[in-house]
Design a protein around this ligand. Structure first.
Ligand SMILES: [Zn+2]
Length: 312
């Protein structure tokens, strides 16, 4: 029996077509070069003339190739659209002069006296309007704040939302002579070591420098049961007495008063860690009640100046 005779039997033909379909994967191994493909097309047409290759197989192969080409075209187009979106997005970000939520290492940790907007440093969290005019009003009287947010981690920046702010808690570092950067870096190191759960929204250093570690709309681990509704400020001190030097004290007053205004609080809402837990923190203000009352009075004066528009 010749091949053609054998194929004339419908059952044999179905079996043969099935056999050819099973062979399909071998098609994937063909070289991709166009010239080779063309040569193959020629070979196929020769085979078609001799009648050894069923029409169905050729049609399927062509459909597959078309589908593959279409997919390649769609993917290419998608890639081009993605690149365009990234470029346009970048240009929009630049045009809007977006404040980045991080600080370039080694920059802005000194005692520069520029205002927050001039240096590009700012404050992250709660109450940011995004409107240039409102932001200008908001930044009035703000001390320079260097934003060095901690890497999110369960020990110092758990990213728990701070939904309301009812107070500002003052702390001392209990680590004489250490600076704002040291304390901020210690909080950061907890992400690796996990040896402690502690942090603070702000740290004020011995030169009056202010570093923000946690956005104001996230919880910091500083004030025990008041973590959930307060903003915390850790303050550096030169010696064991816990007394603050002039530069640190000045920044404490400026930052606390500005935060009070920004959060709609008064100096009555400014408390010591001691007022939450009875802990000896901040030591100098616990041991010297007069100094604490004076600090609150200074914050109130500064707040009134901010509200009256007379603050320098
Ligand atoms: Zn404390």
């Amino acid at each position: 029996m010749s091949m053609q005779d054998w194929l004339d039997d419908p059952e044999n033909r179905i079996a043969y077509e099935q056999f050819l379909e099973d062979c399909e994967p071998a098609q994937e191994e063909r070289p991709r070069r166009r010239t080779v493909r063309r040569r193959e097309t020629g070979a196929q047409s020769t085979r078609r003339e001799t009648g050894t290759l069923p029409v169905r197989r050729r049609r399927m192969t062509g459909r597959r190739r078309r589908r593959r080409l279409k997919l390649r075209r769609v993917l290419g187009l998608a890639l081009r659209v993605l690149i365009a979106v990234v470029i346009v997005g970048g240009l929009i970000m630049l045009a809007r002069n977006v404040k980045l939520p991080f600080q370039i290492p080694g920059v802005g940790t000194g005692t520069e006296t520029e205002t927050a907007d001039e240096t590009g440093v700012g404050i992250v969290g709660q109450g940011q309007t995004g409107e240039a005019e409102d932001d200008d009003a908001r930044w009035y009287g703000a001390p320079p704040i260097y934003v060095q947010l901690l890497t999110p981690n369960e020990y110092s920046r758990p990213q728990i939302p701070l939904t309301e702010v009812n107070g500002i808690v003052i702390h001392y570092t209990a680590n004489p002579g250490s600076g704002a950067q040291n304390n901020r870096d210690y909080f950061e190191s907890l992400a690796e070591t996990g040896e402690n759960s502690v942090s603070s929204h702000f740290v004020i250093g011995l030169d009056g420098e202010i570093i923000q570690c946690i956005p104001c709309d996230e919880v910091a681990y500083a004030s025990n049961e008041r973590n959930s509704d307060t903003i915390s400020i850790e303050c550096c001190h030169p010696d064991e007495t816990g007394a603050f030097n002039e530069a640190t004290y000045d920044s404490m007053v400026r930052l606390t008063a500005w935060l009070c205004r920004d959060q709609g609080l008064t100096s009555e809402d400014v408390i010591r860690h001691y007022d939450v837990t009875g802990k000896d923190c901040p030591r100098y203000f616990v041991q010297n009640e007069d100094a604490w009352l004076q600090f609150r009075a200074d914050v109130q004066n500064r707040l009134e100046e901010l509200e009256a528009g007379t603050a320098l």
